[in-house]
Design a protein around this ligand. Structure first.
Ligand code: PHE
Length: 350
């Protein structure tokens, strides 16, 4: 081959290559282009491989020109590929565009249930009086729900609790009160004890505006040396004042609970009418809040405490009652009916 024809050949190849690259419209097209000129079997590669066959005088010239063309085509290819890739990205971004003028979706915020609000508030009040808040199981054994509370298996007092049974064989019940946590707490630690236990309790009762199968109690237990009935009264009076204002009075009346001696029921004077009598207190001037008493020696003995060394008081506060007075809802069933129109009026966003 004469030097001129080698030059011509390269010249023609350059021309075709650059025109082809110009025409290549997409990434697929330039990949083909790259293969046919610069690839292992491409035209230019084949030319460079064939240099050995040229004469000694032609070879350097052809080699230099061929390599220069390789550099030029490689650069042109890279530039074109960058341009095409950028254009492809632009197209994809255009297609994916987010319409920032669309209004967003409002997140739904939960709020705390009126019963949870009362539980939180009571826990806080009792924390200031030195009580720890603890929780217990809703499915209980008869041992904790009854036996350790001085209610033996064949004793008629058991019937008072309208028990829902879960498993007859194992004597598993839905706890009928939060009192089982008295024994569970004392078993776990030596005296002194100061705990409150908020939670659900269950009784198989006829339902009406003030009775549900499920309701909420807050159990309180204080055991220490020299605890007396006046500590119980002072504590409940203080809680009543924290809840319903400084003027509240507390009333005890005799009552019977197998796990207390003596036992009482307790009420506060109605905060709505100041004790004069109104619809809320059913004209009595008093609002019944629960049962209480001094812990029965048998209960202390049952958990290994010595009734000659320590004494204590316990109480069970009706939480639903307080929440009803707080919210003005006059039907306990509204709390668990899950009607958002009702609950939203009282939900407090944390
Ligand atoms: N557990 C009793 C009830 O549910 C209430 C109570 C608790 C009474 C503690 C006395 C002491 O009826």
């Amino acid at each position: 081959m004469s030097p001129t024809s080698v030059q011509d050949q390269l010249h023609a190849m350059r021309h075709r290559a650059l025109a082809g690259l110009d025409d290549a419209a997409g990434l697929a097209a330039i990949t083909d282009w790259e293969r046919s000129f610069l690839g292992a079997k491409g035209e230019l590669t084949t030319f460079l491989r064939g240099l050995g066959a040229l004469s000694a005088e032609e070879r350097p010239l052809a080699g230099r020109a061929g390599n220069a063309l390789k550099v030029e085509l490689t650069k042109a290819y890279e530039a074109k590929r960058t341009t095409l890739a950028a254009a492809a990205l632009d197209r994809r971004l255009d297609a994916d565009a987010v319409d920032i003028s669309l209004p967003g979706r409002r997140p739904v915020f939960g709020g705390s249930h009126p019963l949870s609000q009362v539980i939180d508030e009571l826990s806080e009040i009792f924390a200031l009086l030195g009580y720890q808040t603890v929780f217990g199981p809703e499915v209980e054994t008869a041992r904790y729900n009854f036996d350790l509370l001085n209610i033996p298996a064949d004793h008629p007092a058991r019937d008072v609790w309208d028990t829902l049974h879960v498993e007859a064989a194992e004597e598993l019940v839905l706890r009928t009160h939060t009192s089982p946590m008295q024994a569970r707490t004392m078993e776990r630690q030596p005296p002194p004890v100061r705990v409150v236990v908020p939670g659900k309790a269950f009784r198989y009762e006829a339902q009406d505006a003030s009775h549900e199968w499920m309701f909420h109690q807050l159990e309180g237990l204080a055991v220490d040396t020299n605890i007396t009935m006046s500590d119980l009264k002072g504590t409940l009076a203080e809680v009543a004042r924290q809840l319903f204002g400084p003027a509240r009075k507390i009333r005890f009346r005799c009552d019977f609970f197998p796990f207390t001696e003596p036992g009482v029921d307790f009420a506060i004077d109605c905060a709505i009418c100041d004790g004069r009598g109104c619809r809320v207190c059913k004209q009595t001037g008093w609002l019944e809040l629960g049962g209480a008493g001094m812990v029965h020696p048998n209960v202390l003995r049952g958990v290994g405490y010595d009734p000659d060394q320590v004494s204590g008081f316990a109480f069970g506060l009706g939480i639903d009652r307080i929440a009803m007075m707080r919210s003005g809802l006059d039907d306990i069933r509204a709390f668990a009916a899950n009607d958002l129109r009702v609950l939203r009026q009282f939900a407090r966003v944390a």
